[in-house]
Design a protein around this ligand. Structure first.
Ligand code: GLU
Length: 433
C-alpha cells in the first residue's frame, strides 16, 4: 500500500502525513480516492474529507493495583462534524495507534452517511491490553481518559460507544465522569450504556442483528435457503458471538469460529448456546469439547456459504484472498479486507457485504439510544428491532441497486452513498469564513 500516494502528492500541504504511516489509514484513504474519482468530487471537498477534522492525543496516567504508575496513550479522532455530533466507539487494544483510529473515524462517517444518521464519524482508542487490567485499573483508566478529552466531547459534540475491548460498564464510567463534571446526569454523552442508566434495549445485539439482516437478504438474492447455508465466523466478541447466535436462530449452520487464541470446527454445526455457556464460565473457545480445533488462518479458507470476519482490520489479504471458498463475504469487522485483496475478490463470484453497510446496525441503534435519552423516552425492544430492520433493509437495497445500476462493486456503491451525502452537505454549508 505504499503506492497510494496519488492524492497526497497533489496536495501541497500533505496534511495527512501524521496519519499516513498507518497502513489502515492509507487503506481508508485509497477507498475514498477511488470513490472520489467515480463521483467526480471537487478536489477541495476531497481534501477536506481526506483529513480528520480534529484529533487529540492524550497521555493517560493510571495508578496500578500494585502502587506503580503506568502511562497509556489515548486517542480521540473526529473525522467529520458536518452532519451533527461525531459518533463512534472507543477501542481498548494493545495495537491501537493514531492512524488506525483516524481510519476508523473516517469509516464511521461513511457508515452514518449510508444510514442517513445525523452524525459525523469519530473513533477513540487507548493503547492497552484490557485482558491484563483489573476492573479497578480499567475504571481509573477510563475515567482519566474521559477527563483528558473532556474539552472535545459532549452530547452535541462527540458521543462515544463501545468498540473492541470496551463494553457497557466502560460507557457507565464515562457517563458518570462526564455527569460529575457538568453537575447533572447526562446519559446522552455515550451510547451502549447499561439499560439502568438510559441504555437502549437491543443495543448490545444490534450489530450482530444488522449483520444477519444483510446476510439473509444476500442469501435470498442468491436463491440459497438459510437451512442450506453454512457460516464461518472470525471473532467471538460482542459482534461475532451475537452474529453466531442470530445466524443459528435463522437456521444457518455455523461450522467454524475463532477468537484471538484459536479456532474450532464442526461440519455438522456448532451448538452456539452451549459454546456461549462454556465461554461464559471462563473457558477458552479453543477448548470447547464439542468441536475440533482448526488452524485459525486455514479456517478462513474453509468451504462455506458465508464468511464473517468479525474481529480486526486487514485479515483478508493478498495471501489468503485467492483461496477463499465462501459465496458471501459479510464484513462484520471494520476494514477486514485490504484493497489488494478486494481487487482479487472483485474478480471472483464472491458477494461482498461491505463493512460500512454490514456492521452499521450498531451505530444505528446508538442513534435510537441518543434520541431516547434526549427525549427521555423508552422504546420497547420490538420497536428498536423493527426500526433497525427497516433501516438496514433500506440501506442494503439502496447499496445493492446502485451497485447493479452502475455496475460497480458493493463496496464502491456503499462508499459512494456515504461519501456523497457528506460531500453534498459540505457544499451546501459552504466553507467558513
Ligand atoms: N463501535 C461501533 C462501530 O464501529 C459502534 C459505534 C457507535 O455506536 O457509535 O460501528
Amino acid at each position: 500500500m505504499a503506492n497510494n500516494d496519488d492524492h497526497s502528492s497533489k496536495n501541497q500541504h500533505s496534511p495527512n502525513s501524521v496519519f499516513e504511516s498507518s497502513a489502515t489509514f492509507r487503506m481508508a484513504l485509497s477507498q475514498l480516492e477511488s470513490v472520489a474519482t467515480l463521483l467526480k468530487i471537487d478536489l477541495g471537498i476531497l481534501q477536506r474529507l481526506s483529513v480528520p477534522k480534529r484529533a487529540m492525543i492524550v497521555s493517560v496516567p493510571v495508578r496500578m493495583d500494585d502502587g506503580s504508575t503506568q502511562v497509556f496513550n489515548g486517542y480521540r479522532v473526529q473525522h467529520s462534524l458536518t452532519s451533527g455530533p461525531s459518533k463512534g466507539g472507543l477501542r481498548y487494544h494493545h495495537k491501537v495507534d493514531l492512524g488506525e483510529v483516524a481510519a476508523l473515524s473516517m469509516w464511521m462517517s461513511w457508515k452514518c452517511g449510508i444510514m442517513n444518521l445525523p452524525f459525523g464519524g469519530a473513533k477513540g482508542g487507548i493503547n492497552c491490553d484490557p485482558a491484563s487490567l483489573s476492573m479497578g485499573e480499567k475504571e481509573r483508566l477510563t475515567r482519566r481518559f474521559t477527563e483528558e478529552v473532556l474539552s472535545i466531547i459532549g452530547p452535541r459534540m462527540d458521543v462515544m460507544a463501545p468498540d473492541m475491548g470496551t463494553d457497557e460498564q466502560t460507557m457507565a464510567w464515562i457517563m458518570d465522569t462526564y455527569s460529575m463534571k457538568v453537575g447533572y446526569a447526562c446519559p446522552e454523552i455515550v451510547t451502549g450504556k447499561p439499560i439502568e442508566l438510559g441504555g437502549c434495549l437491543g443495543r448490545r445485539e444490534a450489530t450482530g442483528r444488522g449483520v444477519t439482516v444483510c446476510i439473509l437478504e444476500a442469501l435470498k438474492e442468491l436463491g440459497i435457503k438459510p437451512s442450506n447455508a453454512t457460516a464461518v465466523v472470525q471473532g467471538f466478541g460482542n459482534v461475532g458471538a451475537i452474529t453466531c447466535n442470530e445466524l443459528a436462530i435463522n437456521g444457518i449452520k455455523v461450522i467454524a469460529i475463532s477468537d484471538r487464541y484459536g479456532a474450532i470446527h464442526d461440519p455438522k454445526g456448532i451448538d452456539i448456546a452451549a459454546l456461549q455457556e462454556f465461554v461464559s464460565k471462563g473457558n477458552m473457545l479453543k477448548d470447547f469439547p464439542k468441536a475440533s480445533p482448526i488452524n485459525p488462518e486455514e479456517m478462513l479458507m474453509l468451504n462455506c456459504t458465508v464468511l464473517v470476519p468479525a474481529a480486526l482490520e486487514r485479515v483478508i489479504h493478498l495471501e489468503n484472498a485467492p483461496h477463499l471458498k465462501c459465496k458471501i463475504l459479510a464484513e462484520a469487522a471494520n476494514g477486514p479486507t485490504t484493497p489488494e485483496a478486494d481487487e482479487i475478490i472483485n474478480n471472483s463470484d464472491i458477494y461482498v457485504i461491505p463493512d460500512i453497510l454490514c456492521n452499521a446496525g450498531g451505530v444505528t441503534v446508538s442513534y435510537f439510544e441518543w434520541v431516547q435519552d434526549i427525549q427521555q423516552l423508552l422504546w420497547s425492544e420490538e420497536q428498536v428491532n423493527s426500526k433497525l430492520y427497516e433501516l438496514m433493509i433500506n440501506a442494503f437495497r439502496r447499496v445493492r441497486s446502485l451497485a447493479l445500476e452502475k455496475k460497480i462493486s458493493m463496496r464502491l456503491a456503499a462508499l459512494s452513498l456515504g461519501v456523497e451525502k457528506i460531500a453534498r452537505e459540505k457544499i451546501k454549508r459552504g466553507l467558513f469564513p
